[in-house]
Design a protein around this ligand. Structure first.
Ligand code: PLP
Length: 455
């Protein structure tokens, strides 16, 4: 004891106790900051490079009922969420699924715009689309070349505030100017979104201004009027994920192809699309819906001019700031595919996450013992990934199979919000569910499905 006393004087013990107290206080501050962070940003998810090594992360588990099964994730300490009162809204297709990828890119996709920049209305007066930023145009063409999903040669590029604005611009441009009757706009059912005119959908967008130029004509399969018409072809289709072609094929038909989901994470790329008028959107390509950027590839110069005129009359162009930011994001996607330094490309990341989600969903559906069913899709060759792959649509058509007539109400009873099949012209046994929400919401959704008593 005397020996010990000589080793540790009172001064030593005091310093030791001070050090222990300081480290305890620092630990408490650190933990409370992380708690606050997770409270403020609950979706900060699995792949993020945050300093979360001392905290369990929110991760997608491939099976909630069996924590020892294989998984895509690194950490399973987080137990499945217990709160069954929390409402999980999977009605809309808000594309938050890729946030972790974009958080990782950091400065590479951060943009600084000085106060004096982007001030003029004009971008390139020599172009048909005079408000198209050349940098954005260059990145669109490059990305289509990298992915191989669209022919851009001999096409005019028109930028829009989302592809929604371009859809209206296309109707304006394709409608005959001096016809006594508005031209019919049709699409094969199920289309987005058939019955609810209050919702963002082809019918509501076509008719909400009661234009004298065009009018919603309903299901293309049932369209029997003679004369000109505009047919919308969405491929892969929203809501059912099927690959689509024009169904009418008449000589007086004008086609608008909405290829919002023709990207490798959703569907195998079979060949470059080569249509008269094709719409794409950043919302579904990279998940940047809030930037409100879409683009159209247009063969006919006069049609491209009229679309440009529509946007000029409507919003006098498209935000330059958004176009510059979109250019940076698209450049990062192409770079990730072309200059891979051992890292994962955007499409490898997004394809993996969609494929994991579909796998987990199918497992959850299988555990329901026939209570739910989901469509199956045949694999086909993807020229981008150079292999046979299954499609992973952005929405799932879920069917309630047993004694449940109204699947949307049934799921609402379990605090899961979906969109009934009736909005798309099919039975209320079907619902459309978004596969693009945050990791956290998707995880809660799978867990909620697993808590339903199927007896
Ligand atoms: C097929 C389809 N086209 C277009 C859009 C809207 O695109 P944007 O956000 O560019 O207006 C959606 C949105 O869900 C969609 O599903």
């Amino acid at each position: 004891m005397a020996k010990l006393q000589s080793l540790f004087s009172m001064r030593h013990l005091l310093v030791l106790s001070l050090a222990l107290n300081v480290s305890l206080i620092l630990r408490i501050i650190y933990d409370s900051q992380l708690d606050l962070f997770f409270y403020k940003y609950p979706h900060q998810g699995q792949i993020s490079n945050l300093h979360t090594h001392n905290k369990p992360r929110l991760l997608i588990s491939s099976s909630f009922s069996n924590s020892s099964s294989s998984s895509t994730c690194e950490d399973h300490h987080q137990p499945p969420p217990k709160n069954n009162n929390r409402v999980i809204n999977l009605d809309h297709g808000d594309p938050r699924v890729y946030e972790a990828f974009w958080r990782e890119t950091g400065e590479k996709t951060t943009i600084r715009i000085a106060g004096w920049q982007s001030m003029s209305y004009f971008s390139d007066v020599s172009n048909v689309c005079w408000f198209l930023e050349p940098e954005f145009a260059e990145e669109v063409v490059r990305l289509h070349r990298v992915v191989g999903n669209a022919v851009t040669e001999d096409r005019h590029l028109v930028v829009g505030t989302g592809s929604s604005q371009l859809f209206l611009a296309a109707l304006y441009a394709l409608s005959p100017t001096h016809s006594p009757q508005p031209i019919s706009v049709v699409s094969a059912s199920p289309y987005y979104s058939m019955r609810d005119v209050e919702m963002q959908s082809y019918p509501s967008m076509t008719d909400y201004q009661k234009s004298g130029l065009y009018k919603w004509g309903g299901d293309a399969d049932k369209f029997d009027k003679s004369g000109p018409y505009i047919e919308l072809v969405t491929s892969p289709n929203n809501p059912d994920g099927c690959v689509r072609r024009s169904v009418l094929n008449r000589s007086e038909g004008l086609l608008v192809h909405d290829l919002a989901y023709y990207w490798p994470q959703y569907t195998p790329i079979s060949s470059p699309s080569n249509h008269d008028l094709t719409l794409f959107t950043l919302s579904k390509t990279t998940g940047h819906a809030g930037m409100r950027i879409g683009w159209a590839l247009v063969k006919d110069k006069e049609v491209a001019k009229k679309m440009t005129k529509f946007i000029e009359l409507n919003t006098i162009g498209v935000s330059k700031d958004s176009q510059l930011r979109a250019a940076k994001v698209l450049r990062a996607v192409s770079d990730s595919c072309e200059l891979q330094g051992g890292g994962e490309s955007f499409f490898q990341f997004s394809h993996k996450i969609m494929s994991d989600r579909w796998k987990q969903l199918r497992e959850a559906v299988q555990r329901s013992n026939g209570f739910f069913s989901v469509p199956t899709f045949s694999p086909s060759f993807c020229t981008f990934f150079n292999q046979n792959l299954e499609p992973h649509p952005a929405f799932v058509w879920l069917k309630c199979e047993r004694n449940v007539e109204d699947c949307e109400s049934f799921l609402r009873g379990h605090n899961i919000l979906t969109r009934s099949g009736t909005h798309f012209g099919v039975s209320q046994q079907y619902v459309r569910i978004s596969m693009l929400d945050t990791d956290e919401n998707f995880m809660h959704f799978l867990h909620r499905l697993s808590t339903i008593n199927f007896r």
